[in-house]
Ligand binder design. Structure first.
Ligand code: GLA
Length: 425
């Protein structure tokens, strides 16, 4: 008891020192703007999206198992249902570019390629709904999609209504082939309102800031009012270089983007490529851990028919998913980088914190890093003590730690240690 009192008074003293910093932290974490008022994406959307793994493969004769077709989506729906994916939260099965026929129909409506989607999207949506899942689709704000299929420019109302009629639950709206910045912004806004007017609940996934950025600073207050999530950075691909560049961009821009995220609207660092070919085991752990810290939408792009038990267990890790889906909905941020080790933290509900330590050194073996607990959560994460649980790479309780203690961890090259800190009162 005396020990606790002493600890408390020491903490109060330090509290004064850290006061300003903690205040800044608290303020920083408050979403700066109203979210799109459609009641959706109160936690980051979870699902599967075909692009990174299957791209624009339309050759069903040569490659019947991997072409973009209703068969592919039905197979993924079956597996999301039977292999536990839906049960841990992966709910939205999403079609990306290249699903369309090259022309609209006689009434100006988009239509699916009749060879690859013989049943049409409505029947696919019924199938997907029958598995307790939701269906996502893709369109583009400009005159053409990025792969050259019909764009929605001039057809926003028709397309919104078509998607609603088909029973679509999410729209990824790309930003290729726009003429002016006004068209880009107005198009994204118009489509948001058009989707709302259909009366159907449709998650609206934007790429507005990404296409805006080369010309003008995105206004995240506005983006958040119209979109449920938004891409800020280049397309991810199946390599450490790509994952690293997403993390690097995010930490370099965190002052601009972190407080834009919150229930209803999220920064989208793009798909999870876990379970594919390009990432080592440690790098897959890093992607999963950091996407949880960043409160990122979790869209896997992999082949659920051929995925290793290890990758599956990582993607289905309920403790890590719980961090990603934490109801407080505050995005984490990089706290510091020293000696090629990054420390990231994310405030969670019930005064808990998630902490990730990434070893970015790509030469040598595992490295030790010592972290003083009083440096976390603006000094509050472990005050007066906390229970620390390691979630990745090895699951287990590390024990109770006092605020004055430090923790020494071993981190593999390009790997991450993900911890959860639950404060004890
Ligand atoms: C853009 C998007 C990708 C994908 C492709 C499809 O590059 O950023 O996510 O949708 O278009 O063509």
């Amino acid at each position: 008891m005396t020990g606790t009192m002493n600890l408390r008074s020491r903490a109060q003293l330090l509290g004064c020192v850290l006061g300003l910093r903690s205040l800044a932290l608290v303020l920083w974490g408050i979403p700066g703007a109203r979210a799109l008022d459609n009641g959706l994406a109160m936690t980051p959307t979870m699902g599967w999206l075909h692009w990174e793994r299957f791209m624009c493969n339309t050759d069903c004769e040569e490659d019947p198992d991997s072409c973009v077709s209703e068969k592919l989506f039905m197979q993924m729906a079956d597996l999301m249902d039977s292999e536990g994916w839906r049960d841990v939260g992966y709910e939205y099965l999403c079609i990306d570019d290249c699903w369309m026929a090259p022309q609209r129909d006689s009434k100006g409506r988009l239509q699916a390629d009749p060879k690859r989607f013989p049943g049409g999207i409505r029947r696919l949506a019924d199938y997907v709904h029958g598995k307790g899942l939701k269906l996502g689709i893709y369109a583009d704000v400009g005159k053409l999609t990025c792969a050259g299929f019909p764009g929605s420019y001039g057809y926003y109302d028709i397309d919104a209504k078509t998607f609603a009629d088909w029973g679509v639950d999410l729209l990824k709206f790309d930003g290729c082939h726009f003429d002016t910045l006004v068209d880009l912004a107005d198009g994204y806004k118009y489509m948001s309102l058009a989707l709302n007017r259909t009366g159907r609940s449709i998650v609206y996934s934007c790429e507005w800031p990404l296409y805006m950025m080369p010309f003008r600073k995105p206004n995240y207050t506005e983006v958040r009012e119209y979109c449920n999530h938004w891409r800020n950075f280049a397309d991810i691909y199946d390599a450490w270089q790509s994952v690293k560049s997403v993390l690097d961009w995010t930490s370099s821009n965190q002052e601009k983007i972190v407080d834009a995220a919150g229930p209803g609207g999220w920064n989208d660092p793009d798909m999870l490529v876990i379970g594919n070919f390009g990432l080592s085991w440690d790098q897959q752990i890093t992607q999963m851990a950091l996407w949880a810290i960043m409160a990122a939408p979790l869209f896997m792009s992999n082949d659920l028919r051929q995925i290793s038990p290890q990758a599956k267990a990582l993607l289905q890790d309920k403790d890590v998913i719980a961090i990603n889906q934490d109801p407080l909905g505050k995005q984490g941020y990089r706290l510091r980088k020293e000696d090629n080790i990054e420390v990231w933290e994310r405030p969670l509900s019930d005064f808990a914190w998630a902490v990730a330590m990434v070893n970015l050194q790509e030469i040598g073996g595992p490295r030790f890093h010592t972290i003083s607990l009083s440096s976390l959560g603006g000094g509050l994460a472990c005050l007066p003590a906390c229970l620390i649980t390691e979630l990745l790479p090895v699951k287990g309780k590390l024990g109770f730690y006092e605020w004055t203690s430090s923790l020494k961890l071993r981190i593999n090259p390009t790997g991450t240690v993900l911890l959860r800190l639950d404060r004890t009162n």
